[in-house]
Every structure is written in structure tokens, then in C-alpha cells.
Design a protein around this ligand. Structure first.
Ligand code: PLP
Length: 446
């Protein structure tokens, strides 16, 4: 098959007839609770392009929600997967183990922040990694309470819904949720700064507010773990004020509370470091990874301090598919790609290009309240002109206009007013710039 041309091309209206037919079949076959951002059905994807079944080529500024960091169908991933499927597709690591699992664990232990002895367990999804991190922290501390944060997102299983902040659409109607899970204020520089300038810029002050809640409403003697995204993803690409994460980590260390960094979205080169914790820098006790690590195949992990990871009893962790050999082969291909192509450096280049373009846009348009993020994880928060009231309608309209013009963008944010960019790190500067031009052009029309 010839390589996928790296250019935007609209062969039909969006959606075209092929996608419309599939949408009809889908309506009769797929549960309506599963939604899709785009109305088109994918046929091929590579570099910075997704091609649909009608031959439309869309600029990919979403990476399938931060998964195809190394690009879609990345050659090293494809080679590893091809070789592995020809050998065996599953034996179950809990029955007859295999080298790929061990090699992925070794790589994660080496690549994650923290200069201490580590262990990893491999699982299938981000939510499953979070579930297991909480189990491990409870086994280690022999305490049960867990705290998560305003605007946090950790998945769709019952425990991770308890950790997740936003009601609609994630939690509403699905309770009751796991008990002994609490919520604390986070650091949201843009919105904190509207109330109190210092709170918006001083992470240590924001941490004082958080620690007050932990001490007064939960009590360190009850708290097993603190679960936090170093940059909040679904909550709106919120980068906490400098000093916030280190102050929370120090408090956890002083109080025998396991610090769990949820790097499911931020991890694996996405933010211009291998892991977002490195920006502060902090060394969490446990790190949850998923999304990008599998190069597009389902794989997740919990990695952390050996003494914590080894607290659960033998056979206390695992699962039928966790660390599937094909997913492990894909992950090893993805790790090799990040290294060989210096994708951490590429994420920093993308950050410069996107910030420069969006910064210019913000200067001319008062509906852009904030531009924030790191690496190839950057968002704009859209507000009513001359204020900071969230504008979810504008955000939805802008995303839909970009989609019609052949650019995949995603929205997020507790208030539904954040347009986020998560391009694959293999996208060319030309495609990225074109995608941003489309965004700017469509915003100007609204
Ligand atoms: C920070 C974070 N944690 C956990 C999850 C859940 O991952 P999964 O959808 O693989 O269960 C997500 C998914 O978007 C996420 O962004």
C-alpha cells in the first residue's frame, strides 16, 4: 500500500457517504452511551493524518486522545507486533510468563522519575492502572482513605469515577461510588489568579489550602494515597503553579501517604519530558501510565518504589490480559521510537510552535482567556469577551467548525470551554501550522 500522503484533503463533505452508512449501522448496533468526537470512520492513519472511509484526509491534532504519541502505525511498533503475533498472541503472564512483559517493566522502571529501586505491574487501561495503584497504596500503608482533586479525571470504572471530579457525562446516574474517596482543591493558576493573584502564581500557597483540607477533613492517619495528575488532562490541561506538586509530595512523605502521579495522559514524552513530574521535578512514589506507552495497543502500568509495589500479597495483583505479549511488543517498539527519533525534543519544538501561534491569536482575540500546557499538550480556554466566564457554546462551535474543515481537535474542561491540542509527535511543522491556521480562521468566523 502506498504511504499515506501527509496533506489535508477534503474529498467529500464531512461526513461523507461511507461514514454516513456506517453511522446508520452503528446506531442500530452500538450502545448510545459511547460517543465519538468526529462523525467520520477511520480507514488509515500515519504521521499527522487520519484518512476516513471516503478518502478525506484530516489533520490529527488529537492522537486518539494522547495515545499515538509515536505516530499511528509507527514502523517499529508494527514490526514488533507482526513478529509477536506470529509467535504467540497470549499465554497469560500469570500462567506461562514471557520476556516482553519483563522487558517493558524494566524499561518503565528505568524511564520513570525516581532514583530508587522500582517494580512495575502491567495492566490494560488507564483506569485499571489507577485501581491497582490504590490497591497497592492501601496494602502498603494499611490505611484506606484516598484523596483526588477538583477537575481531576482518572477513568470510568467505579473507583476511578469516585476519583474523577466531573459529573456530566462521566458520573451522573452511575453511583453509588466507592467510599472513602475525598476531593481537595487543586492549583488552577488562571482561575485562582482571578480571585487572588498570589494564589494563582504561588504553588506553595495553593498547597497550603489543599493541605488544610487534607488535615481537617480526612486526617493523615486515615489517608493511604493522594492521586494527582501533574497536569490535569480532561479537567482542562491545568498546569499547577510551580511549587504546588513538591509541597504536596513533601507533606505526603512526612505523613506516610503514598503519592500517586497519574501520568496516563501526560506521560511518555507528551509534555516535552519523558514524564510531566520531571518538570518540577518531583519523584512520586507510584506512577500510573497507559495511553502512549502501548504505541496504540491497550497497555497500562503502575511503576514505583519497590517496597510499596511489593506490599500486596503474592497473587494479589494481575489479570488475564494484563501485559499482553502483543501489547508489550508494541510498547517496546514505541520506547525505541521515542529514543531513536528524540520525540521528547520534538515535543518541545511543538510546544514552541503552538505557543507562538496561539499567543498571537490570544493577543488579538479576547475570547481566549488562557493558553497553557506543555510540549504537545496545549489548550486554549475560551471565555466570554472581556471577562472570564466560560464559553462552552463557542468551544463546541469552534471544534465542530475545525472538524468540518478537516482538522481533528478535542475539547475538555470542567466547564466544557477548553479546546485542547494533542498532536502526534510525528506530525510535520507544515501540517501543524496548517491545523492552527484552520483553527484561527474558524475562530475568526464565529
Ligand atoms: C489522566 C487520566 N487518567 C486515567 C485515564 C483513564 O484511562 P483509560 O481511558 O485508559 O481507562 C485517562 C483517560 O483519559 C486520563 O486522561
Amino acid at each position: 500500500m502506498p504511504p499515506l500522503p501527509q496533506s489535508r484533503h477534503l474529498a467529500t463533505e464531512i461526513p461523507g457517504p461511507g461514514s454516513a452508512r456506517l453511522a446508520q449501522r452503528r446506531a442500530a448496533a452500538v450502545a448510545r452511551g459511547v460517543a465519538s468526537t468526529m462523525p467520520v470512520y477511520a480507514a488509515r492513519a500515519a504521521g499527522g493524518i487520519v484518512e476516513d472511509v471516503d478518502g478525506n484526509r484530516l489533520i490529527d491534532l488529537g492522537s486518539g486522545i494522547a495515545v499515538t504519541t509515536v505516530g499511528n502505525a509507527a514502523p517499529r511498533v508494527v514490526d514488533g507486533v507482526r513478529e509477536q503475533v506470529g509467535q504467540f498472541t497470549h499465554t497469560c503472564f500469570m500462567v506461562t510468563p514471557y520476556e516482553g512483559y519483563v522487558a517493558v517493566a524494566e524499561a518503565l522502571n528505568r524511564l520513570t522519575p525516581g532514583r530508587y529501586e522500582k517494580r512495575s505491574v502491567l495492566l490494560n487501561s488507564g483506569a485499571e492502572a489507577l485501581e491497582n495503584a490504590v490497591k497497592i497504596a492501601r496494602a502498603y500503608t494499611r490505611k484506606s482513605a484516598v484523596v483526588a482533586f477538583d477537575h481531576g479525571y482518572h477513568g470510568r470504572t467505579n473507583l476511578t469515577l469516585a476519583l474523577t471530579a466531573k459529573s456530566m457525562p462521566y458520573k451522573s446516574g452511575f453511583g453509588p461510588f466507592t467510599p472513602d474517596v475525598y476531593r481537595a482543591p487543586t492549583s488552577y493558576p488562571y482561575r485562582d489568579g482571578l480571585i487572588d493573584k498570589e494564589l494563582g502564581s504561588d504553588g506553595e500557597r495553593a498547597a497550603e489550602r489543599t493541605i488544610g483540607v487534607l488535615e481537617n477533613q480526612i486526617g493523615a492517619e486515615n489517608l493511604a494515597a493522594l492521586v494527582i495528575e501533574p497536569i490535569q488532562g480532561e479537567g482542562g490541561f491545568i498546569v499547577p503553579a510551580p511549587g504546588f506538586l513538591p509541597a504536596l509530595l513533601a507533606w505526603c512523605r512526612d505523613n506516610d501517604v503514598v503519592f500517586i502521579a497519574d501520568e496516563v495522559q501526560t506521560g511518555f514524552a507528551r509534555t516535552g519530558a519523558m514524564f510531566a513530574c520531571e518538570h518540577e521535578p518531583i519523584e512520586p512514589d507510584l506512577i500510573c501510565t497507559a495511553k502512549g506507552i502501548g504505541g496504540g495497543l491497550p497497555l497500562s502500568a503502575v511503576t514505583g518504589r519497590a517496597e510499596i509495589m511489593d506490599a500486596p500479597q503474592v497473587s494479589g495483583l494481575g489479570g488475564t490480559f494484563g501485559g499482553n505479549p502483543v501489547a508489550c511488543a508494541a510498547a517496546l517498539g514505541a520506547f525505541a521510537t521515542v529514543q531513536a527519533e528524540d520525540l521528547v525534543g520534538r515535543a518541545r519544538q511543538i510546544e514552541r510552535l503552538v505557543f507562538e501561534r496561539l499567543g498571537r491569536l490570544q493577543a488579538d482575540d479576547h475570547r481566549i482567556g488562557d493558553v497553557r500546557g506543555r510540549g504537545a499538550m496545549i489548550a486554549v480556554e475560551l471565555v466570554r469577551p472581556d471577562g472570564a466566564e466560560p464559553d462552552p457554546a463557542l468551544t463546541k462551535a469552534l471544534a465542530a467548525a475545525c472538524h468540518r474543515a478537516g482538522v481533528i481537535v478535542l475539547t475538555c474542561g470542567t466547564f466544557g470551554n477548553v479546546l485542547r491540542l494533542l498532536p502526534p509527535l510525528t506530525i510535520s511543522d507544515e501540517l501543524l501550522s496548517e491545523g492552527l491556521d484552520v483553527l484561527a480562521g474558524e475562530l475568526a468566523k464565529l
